[in-house]
Design a protein around this ligand. Structure first.
Ligand code: ADP
Ligand code: MG
Length: 233
């Protein structure tokens, strides 16, 4: 259970003739049970790396492997299945549905996978307990704070067996103390559940690199390229 990118490049069309090279020959390996943080200035290509890692966009070249499977070799329907069943996504905005309660947000994931939500109720309650929202299962998103909503978002991303977690700027709407708590929660969950996680943030202070509850590795990106990859664990 791991995530690997090998020499991945991605460009977007830009104007009539040009292209923006958003990701340029990026290679990274995220072993199971670890969190790699990807940092860098706005526009350097972080979200594009996540989109490629999450099979949302096919790269121009290079290989993305999830649990050892080259996802570029799969048919689109199989890729969609990998996305739905193996990858958890957490974005900056919590994307919670306003009219569903907290527990329903989690059960919807099971429903979308064609599973019977009732069978997953216990799992959903366990996850909510784990993220510190045990008493909030019947609340609506508008009744929760920003930090709590982001915890719901994380719990939802972990429903069902997951091997990869992709997280984009989860703390940018939170103050620093809450941001640190969220990073610590993500790291704890990934270590416990043997998930390979790639965490994009420009907020270095929340990462607690090398500290207890901090991320395992830190990679810096600039202009589409990885600048350094310092393994800190
Ligand atoms: P970051 O997440 O680090 O801010 P992005 O991956 O969003 O960076 O963007 C990297 C580069 O690719 C930027 O120059 C951005 O303008 C460009 N870009 C991102 N998405 C698109 C798109 N859908 N179409 C065209 N250009 C894009
Ligand atoms: Mg981004």
């Amino acid at each position: 259970m791991s995530l690997s990118l090998s020499q991945v490049s991605l460009s977007y069309p830009d104007g009539d003739a040009g292209r923006v090279h958003a990701v340029d020959q990026v290679s990274l390996h995220v072993p199971a049970g670890t969190v790699t943080a990807l940092t860098g200035p706005s526009g350097c290509g972080k979200s594009s790396v996540l989109a490629v890692a999450g099979t949302l966009i096919q790269p121009d070249s290079g290989v993305v492997s999830i649990d050892g499977v080259d996802v570029g070799e799969l048919r689109e329907a199989q890729r969609a299945q990998v996305r739905r069943d193996q990858i958890g996504f957490v974005f900056q905005n919590d994307n919670l549905l306003p009219d569903l309660t907290v527990i329903e947000q989690l059960l919807l994931v099971a429903h979308l996978r064609g599973q019977r939500p009732a069978r997953h109720r216990a799992e959903a309650h366990d996850l909510l307990d784990r993220v510190g929202l045990g008493g909030q299962a019947d609340k609506l998103p508008r009744q929760l704070s920003g930090g709590m909503r982001q915890r719901v978002n994380i719990a939802r991303a972990l429903m069902g067996p997951r091997s990869v977690l992709l997280i984009d700027e989860p703390t940018s709407a939170l103050d620093q103390a809450r941001g640190r708590d969220i990073v610590e929660l993500i790291v704890g969950l990934c270590h416990e559940r043997d998930l390979a996680a790639l965490l994009v943030t420009h907020d270095l202070a929340t990462l607690n690199v090398g500290g207890a509850g901090g991320v395992d590795a830190l990679v810096h990106m600039l202009d589409g390229r990885l600048e350094q990859d310092a393994l800190v664990s």
